[in-house]
Design a protein around this ligand. Structure first.
Ligand code: GLN
Length: 540
């Protein structure tokens, strides 16, 4: 029977529950078990799709086109298991489902209440659509004690009763702060957090304790005593220089061993974690450095570009270099020439809205003219097309309808497109949550192109998240100024990849390749981009 592990967080937010859950997943996989990770977010948005990246961080898009929390990116990167729509929910989504059922009359006249209706919907989400996984690891967003989180805690409490304590395990991630004046790590906040959990009827089985230094045996004993947890199940989670070392470090502290013992599963002592060691070793001992500028508009919160930074780290691992990222604010009117000095590669990532557009266009022009390797992702591709149209094809008014009405809508909103045999339609007036091309779509690659060389394939699937498309009407004019359309949707309507052949490495992609990059399977576009950056000699 599938075992359920619930991961909650206490004391403060941002302790890295997502990495903790992912690392546990990776360790259980290393023990030969199949895992699936799920995330429950307490906020009221139906999904994070409409939330500002500056508040919420990146919106991670799954293969099936669900907009989810960035933690799902960690899950995929650590376990290699593709997430689905059924692996992510929010309070908003749960309420929305319940209210739709209520309007349909599904509840046969009953009074709809948080208990049982909302709680039952959460329980149904956690246990739905299983395909024989050994473990479901469920991360509860937020911090224990948040008002919004209560229904989730009630749901997992009930589930542990329904499924049996022998099939459910509670991991509580907390913080032991170091108080310099006392010269010690403090256990009291954790004790209080556990007390709070107990008040909801949840006794944690494992405490995973973040700290900036080793936790003494004495502190573990104390936590064990006051929190009613065996001392060997008080696991140290010390700060570490790379997230890809976390599974190894948790293993050394006995996390996976304790999980197996809890469930009465056989647990061999020696696990093969060599691939994790190799990745961490490559990150720690690179053979040099390469400087990449990222010209974006959400650079005040780097979580907004989580998958992107990780994909570049993976490409660094593959090329055996440290990829030093230089974040440049596109909206900052400052001198780009200065910011780009010494850069070996320029990347314009995805984004929405008009702010910062001129800065990005300037950076793209510099990359094109100075022959600096350039990678444009989604908006970064659309802007590369606009830049060529304006500065090479003489279409000075060229723009995207996203930024307002324009005489030359080089980029415009598509209202219909095909996905296989299915016609997708969206309306200009549709609500923001439902008007994007989302998830994996096929792209045909032109033989002999740089993209073909990079992918080693003529047909690929990549994940999308955008409303606007490069307008095929301008195809010939753009090709005539050296901007080649080397990747197209199978029906030839939607440009997916553009590149320049008069440039050492200039590629724009309408999709988000960063979403599919993994530490053990780095994305070829990033690997090739970083390699080009290493080997080019022209600096700004
Ligand atoms: N804003 C652009 C669009 O919606 C690009 C989106 C993106 O970069 N993800 O098409």
């Amino acid at each position: 029977m599938t075992k359920f592990i619930f991961v909650t967080g206490g004391v403060v937010s941002s302790l890295g529950k997502g990495i903790a859950a992912s690392s546990l997943g990776a360790l259980l996989q290393a023990r030969g078990y199949s895992v699936r990770l799920r995330k429950l977010d307490p906020y009221l948005n139906v999904d994070p799709g409409t939330m500002s990246p500056l508040q919420h961080g990146e919106v991670y898009v799954t293969e099936d086109g669900t907009e989810t929390d960035l933690d799902l990116g960690h899950y995929e990167r650590f376990t290699g298991v593709c997430a689905h729509a059924s692996d992510s929910t929010t309070t908003g989504k749960i309420y929305s489902t319940v209210l739709t059922k209520e309007r349909r009359g599904d509840y046969l006249g009953a009074t709809i209440q948080v208990v049982p209706h909302i709680i039952d919907e959460i329980k149904a989400f956690i246990t739905a659509g299983l395909t024989g996984e050994d473990f479901i690891i469920c991360e509860i967003g937020g911090t224990v004690g948040d008002i919004e989180g209560l229904p989730f805690l009630e749901a997992i409490r009930q589930l542990s009763n329904d499924l049996g304590r022998e099939n459910t395990l509670f991991v509580h991630l907390t913080l032991l702060p170091y108080i310099a004046a006392a010269g010690e790590l403090k256990t009291k906040p954790t004790q209080h957090s556990v007390k709070e959990l107990l008040s909801f009827g949840i006794q944690p089985d494992i405490l995973l304790c973040r700290s900036d230094r080793p936790i003494s045996q004495e502190a573990k004993q104390k936590l064990g005593l006051f929190c009613n947890v065996r001392p060997e199940r008080v696991i140290e989670a010390q700060d570490i220089d790379t997230i890809y070392q976390v599974p190894v470090s948790y293993h050394q502290e006995g996390l996976d061993l304790q999980v197996c013992r809890y469930f009465g599963l056989e647990a061999k002592e020696n696990l093969d974690l060599s691939k994790w060691h190799t990745v961490a070793d490559r990150i720690r001992h690179p053979d040099g450095q390469v400087n990449i500028a990222i010209v974006g508009k959400y650079v005040q919160l780097l979580d907004a570009y989580k998958s992107l930074s990780e994909a570049l780290i993976h490409a660094g691992i593959a090329n055996n270099v440290h990829v030093k990222l230089h974040w440049l604010d596109a909206a900052d009117a400052g001198n780009f020439q200065d910011g780009l000095a010494g850069m070996q590669g320029i990347l314009v990532p995805g984004g929405f809205g008009e702010r910062g557009i001129e800065g990005k266009l300037r950076a793209i022009r510099i990359a094109r003219e100075k022959k600096i390797p350039y990678l444009g992702i989604c908006l970064g591709m659309q802007l590369a097309v606009i830049e060529a149209a304006r500065n090479l094809a003489g279409l000075t008014e060229a723009s995207s309808t996203e930024f307002g009405p324009t005489l030359d809508p080089i980029v415009g909103m598509m209202t219909e497109w095909m996905d296989g045999k299915m016609l997708h339609q969206r309306s200009q007036e549709g609500d923001l949550g439902g008007t994007m091309r989302l998830g994996a779509y096929p792209c045909d690659i032109k033989e002999g192109s740089l993209a073909h060389k990079i992918y080693g394939a003529t047909s690929i699937y990549e994940r999308h998240r955008h409303r606007y498309e490069v307008n095929m009407t301008y195809h010939d004019r753009l090709e005539s100024v050296g901007l080649h359309f080397t990747g197209l949707s199978p029906d030839r309507q939607l440009p997916e990849i553009i590149e320049r052949q008069d440039h050492p490495w200039f590629v724009g992609v309408q999709f988000h390749p960063e979403l599919k990059s993994r530490p053990f399977d780095p994305h070829p576009l990033f690997v090739s981009f970083v390699a080009a950056a290493i080997h080019q000699e022209r600096l700004v």
